[in-house]
Design a protein around this ligand. Structure first.
Ligand code: SF4
Ligand code: SF4
Length: 185
């Protein structure tokens, strides 16, 4: 709330604004710090550090009563500047909360991914072991005979050969019996 209608002049550091503040704030210091927040740093301090400084000096306790503005002989819009400072500090607080939120989410996700990877590494040998054991068993329980026919034609040829061998044996046996019968007569 700017109560002055006169043209503002530079701050003279009279500190009348400090004396006028019912909250006991060092208003002149707060105003100087807010002005610093609006300009590039020449001392290496970051914007966030300056806002921290403002918070430490009680900026948020300002009630916007306007008494400092009324007391300022330089007609500076102190209450308006203080409001601007509070808006900057609030924006910084929101930004930090958002950063903390996304950092927490990222860390949780990282922990989930790492836990999954650990589980995979733990389960993999347990799955591989029985598989490894089954391979020789399966191979030994069902041995592949090189004598087995590889094709249908080959199987039929083998069967026909076996039948022929049986027939030949029977014929030889019959001939033998016939010879023995003839000799006995
Ligand atoms: S506006 Fe804020 S800083 Fe100024 S006198 Fe009132 S409480 Fe103090
Ligand atoms: S009253 Fe005005 S001129 Fe005096 S210190 Fe405060 S801001 Fe500066």
């Amino acid at each position: 709330m700017n109560l002055s209608t006169q043209k503002p002049m530079p701050c003279t550091s009279c500190q009348l604004c400090d004396d006028a503040c019912p909250e006991g704030l060092a208003t002149s210091t707060l105003i100087a710090l807010i002005a610093l927040c609006r300009t590039p740093s020449t001392t290496g301090t970051t914007h966030a550090e300056r806002l921290d400084d403002l918070n430490e000096k009680g900026l948020m306790h300002c009630t916007d009563c306007g008494k400092c503005t009324a007391a300022c002989p330089s007609h500076l819009p102190l209450a308006d500047l203080l409001e601007h400072g509070k808006a900057l500090a609030n924006a910084e607080t929101r930004e930090r909360a958002a950063s903390a939120h996304w950092k927490t989410r990222f860390e949780k996700r990282q922990r989930r991914v790492e836990a999954k990877q650990r589980n995979k590494r733990a389960i993999k040998p347990a799955i591989q072991k029985p598989q490894g054991a089954l391979v020789p068993q399966a191979a030994s329980s069902t041995p592949v005979s090189p004598a087995l026919p590889a094709t249908r034609d080959k199987a039929q040829a083998d069967i026909a050969a076996a039948v022929a061998r049986v027939k030949a044996k029977r014929a030889a046996k019959s001939a033998q019996l016939a010879r023995e019968d003839t000799q006995s007569k």
